[in-house]
Design a protein around this ligand. Structure first.
Ligand code: AMP
Length: 182
């Protein structure tokens, strides 16, 4: 049973790779960014609370995403495996996830770290044209990544769960390497 966590900076190709792998493994692709963007588009209470943080490239408060993940991982389709894309984003969320998985009697196989140099990330994001992909917001998101999310590389290394993969090669090559984790 595949349960994978995707780490990596914004623009590293997490979303693309997580989606391909989920399709191959027939398990849900759970992207907190996608769920939040959907909530913003529909102006739900979650979306209304999350919007200003997202527009500025900051992390949405932990309690909002934690509630969202608790709910999502309890759904029937998540019982046969999952790929988490964009969660956890900091140590509080990572500690919560470990605790939640004990509660629901699940474990993850790996935290995958897609390695891509910063200048490549910025170029990729500028080419993507998402609403929160202006240069200023992109720089802020990268800073938030280095300050809050990159420490998770050590967090998972310490737990001997880290799998680092070069993400600076054509996407199909990355997918090929990832397939062995399914
Ligand atoms: P992403 O699509 O993963 O790049 O996420 C887009 C935006 O959604 C981020 O810049 C954050 O504002 C918010 N977001 C996504 N996942 C999380 C998370 N796990 N914790 C806090 N904010 C998040």
């Amino acid at each position: 049973m595949a349960r994978l966590i995707f780490l990596g900076a914004p623009g590293a190709g997490k979303g693309t790779q997580a989606k391909s792998l989920a399709t191959l493994g027939q398990i849900p692709h759970i992207s907190t960014g996608e769920i939040l963007r959907g909530a913003v588009a529909q102006q739900t209470p979650l979306g209304l609370q999350a919007q200003s943080y997202m527009d500025q490239g900051n992390l949405v408060p932990d309690q909002l995403v934690i509630a969202l993940i608790r709910e999502r991982l309890s759904q029937p389709d998540a019982q046969k495996g999952w790929i988490l894309d964009g969660f956890p984003r900091n140590e509080t969320q990572a500690a919560f996830l470990d605790q939640l998985l004990v509660e629901i009697d699940q474990t993850y196989s790996y935290a995958v770290n897609l390695e891509v140099p910063d200048d490549v990330l910025v170029q990729r994001m500028l080419g993507r044209g998402r609403k929160d992909d202006t240069e200023e917001v992109i720089r802020r998101r990268l800073q938030v990544y280095h300050d809050q999310t990159a420490p998770l590389i050590d967090f998972y290394q310490t737990r001997q769960k880290l799998m680092s993969i070069n993400g600076d090669i054509p996407p199909a090559g990355v997918t090929d390497k990832l397939k062995s984790l399914l």
